[in-house]
Design a binder for this molecule. Structure first.
Ligand code: HPA
Length: 280
């Protein structure tokens, strides 16, 4: 039996055998935001390539590692490095870690990413809670036969990004003296950045920021009834907003600049999510 469910269960078993911790919360760290994983205590680090079912089913090689550790008292499982469509992975491969999370008993995820902002209320370095998304990636991880052990054939997407988690994040952000925006994230496949005309189009259809990740993971998470909080770091203003070209270097530099406040926010939110009655 080499279906996704069986692989996910094998990977979950392998990971949990390496740590006494039993996380209920998973995180995915986006470009330039990986530092959070280094701040955990009692951490066990497992390269994806060592997790047999993970590397067999996705061939993800050197993409990163899973870190299981504690943020204060809260055990978490962290994907330090994610997969993207533009690397040539399928939607199923990209979302396989959500399946593994589910089989590990994880009931909530925090998805983070770097994004280009075109809502003019945002500035470079702003943190934005994703309120909703527009999937323009031309892909969906649920295409193909549905495995009822994961979830429904036609999952509801009305409440993809949990409102109570966004409210908790807003409260913790205020405590830390940070302004958190909320916005609609448009996902494109990349890897080329958008043209100014494409950014104009995204604005017209109701988006506030754009990136190349997160939505497929959110779909797979919701399919398996994992609650989702997603946070974007506006690493750059999107194409055509400022009269300057975009670069990956700028994305990484902004990630580095907001690192401390971003990590403080995550540490503050985690106990709030850990006390969510729906997940314990
Ligand atoms: N566009 C798409 N993806 C991104 C951007 C952007 O401007 N910045 C960071 N990720």
């Amino acid at each position: 039996m080499d279906d996704q469910f069986t692989f996910a269960e094998a990977a979950a078993k392998f990971i949990l055998a390496r740590t006494p911790l039993r996380p209920r919360i998973g995180l995915v760290l986006g470009s330039g935001l990986g530092g959070f994983a280094d701040s955990l205590t009692d951490a066990v680090r497992i390269p994806y390539s060592e997790i047999p079912a993970l590397s067999r089913s996705t061939a993800i090689g050197h993409a990163g590692q899973m870190v299981i550790g504690k943020s204060s008292a809260v055990p978490v499982a962290v994907m330090q490095g994610r997969l993207h469509l533009y690397e040539g992975y399928s939607a199923q491969q990209i979302t396989f870690p959500m399946r593994v999370f589910g089989r590990m008993g994880i009931r909530s995820v925090i998805l983070t990413n770097a994004a280009g902002g075109f809502n003019l209320n945002y500035q470079q370095g702003a943190l934005v809670l994703i309120r909703d998304h527009i999937n323009l990636q031309g892909a969906n991880p649920l295409i193909g036969a549905n495995d009822d052990r994961f979830g429904l054939r036609f999952p509801d997407m009305t409440h993809t990004y949990a409102k109570d988690y966004r409210q908790a994040a807003q409260q913790e952000g205020r405590q830390l003296g940070m302004t958190l925006h909320e916005g609609v994230y448009a996902a494109l496949p990349g890897p080329s950045y958008e043209t100014p005309a494409e950014i104009n189009y995204l604005r017209v259809i109701g988006a506030d920021l754009v990136g190349m990740s997160t939505v497929l993971e959110a779909i797979a998470a919701r399919h398996t009834e994992i609650k989702v909080l997603a946070i974007s770091c506006v690493t750059n203003m999107a194409a055509g907003i400022l009269d300057q070209p975009l670069s990956h270097q700028e994305v990484m530099e902004t990630g580095e600049r907001v690192k401390a406040s971003f990590e403080a926010l995550l540490h503050a939110i985690l106990p709030r999510i850990a006390s969510d009655k729906e997940i314990v």
